[in-house]
Write a protein that binds this ligand. Structure first.
Ligand SMILES: [Zn+2]
Length: 277
């Protein structure tokens, strides 16, 4: 099994999984969706009663229920350095909460204004500041205010979707587009090029060429429009994979971690099997 990177950006990745099987491709997909750890807000403390801001008194009321604000904070992507943080249950603090297993954010704003994710101030390193600063949390009117302490801890999406790092994780069999008989008459070339919804084909000097076969979605339009001259096959040993992240981890970190987790799971499974024998 091998991986050939086609596109690697900070938050999205496209690659070919080579010499593998559909079950392994699906295992990788499910690992990316459910098992990659990240930090997310898990506990929120709301200050109740009047809030004093520069000698002016504000009420700790908002147009939204506290539960909805807590939920919105939970969905904000928290920057995660996997080498710095560990699960609270495995931490030396015994789950009490310490800088190795939790991050605390302070959210203090007074209306009239819109409270954004960028208003969350980390108590600690400024590197922990939320990267997506424009996620609206709640709108405050005059004399309304919030004073919130939000605690982020590590988790995985198998527990709750707020810990889901990767989105849009999907793959398809590697398309193999071949042109069996030369398609050189102008009408057929035009029909194939125009009929392809993913613009896979080009006309190169009066000859039909499959210039971007990886974009093929197996719709079969080229086969119909070329009266069978174009043949598309799905290679079930190679897979075109793509996914995006919510920004709490980079795409490279997600891919590395998924490979590490899959490998560890396979080893643990082998040990269990030997134990049963
Ligand atoms: Zn701890």
């Amino acid at each position: 099994m091998d991986i050939q990177i086609l596109e690697m950006a900070e938050r999205k990745c496209k690659f070919i999984l080579k010499d593998s099987t559909p079950s392994m491709a699906n295992a990788l997909r499910r690992t990316m969706l459910s098992d990659i750890p990240k930090m997310a807000i898990d506990k929120v403390e709301f200050h109740l009663g009047p809030i004093d801001v520069d000698g002016k008194e504000f009420e700790s009321v908002t147009p939204l229920f506290d539960e909805i604000i807590a939920h919105r904070l939970g969905m904000v992507p928290i920057p995660t350095d996997l080498s710095l943080f560990n699960y609270q249950k495995d931490c030396v603090c015994g789950g009490e909460g310490c800088p190795s297993c939790s991050i605390m954010y302070l959210l203090k704003k007074s209306g009239p204004c819109t409270v954004y994710s960028g208003d969350m101030e980390p108590l600690g390193s400024p590197d922990l500041k939320v990267k997506d600063e424009n996620i609206p949390i709640v709108e405050l009117t005059d004399r309304q205010s919030v004073l919130i302490y939000a605690h982020a801890v590590m988790g995985t999406a198998s527990t709750h979707v707020k810990w889901q790092v990767a989105n849009g994780v999907g793959y398809k069999y590697l398309p193999k587009v071949s042109i069996e008989n030369d398609v050189s008459d102008e009408d057929s070339i035009k029909a194939v090029i125009k009929g392809c919804p993913k613009k896979v084909f080009d006309d190169v000097g009066g000859k039909l060429v499959a210039a971007r076969p990886l974009d093929c979605i197996f719709c079969g339009a080229c086969k119909a429009n070329s009266r069978g001259a174009v043949v598309v096959e799905a290679d079930d040993k190679n897979f075109v994979f793509k996914f995006e992240t919510d920004g709490s981890l980079t795409a490279q970190e997600v891919l590395d971690k998924a490979a590490e987790i899959l490998s560890e799971n396979a080893k643990a499974f082998a040990v269990e099997l030997r134990g049963q024998a």
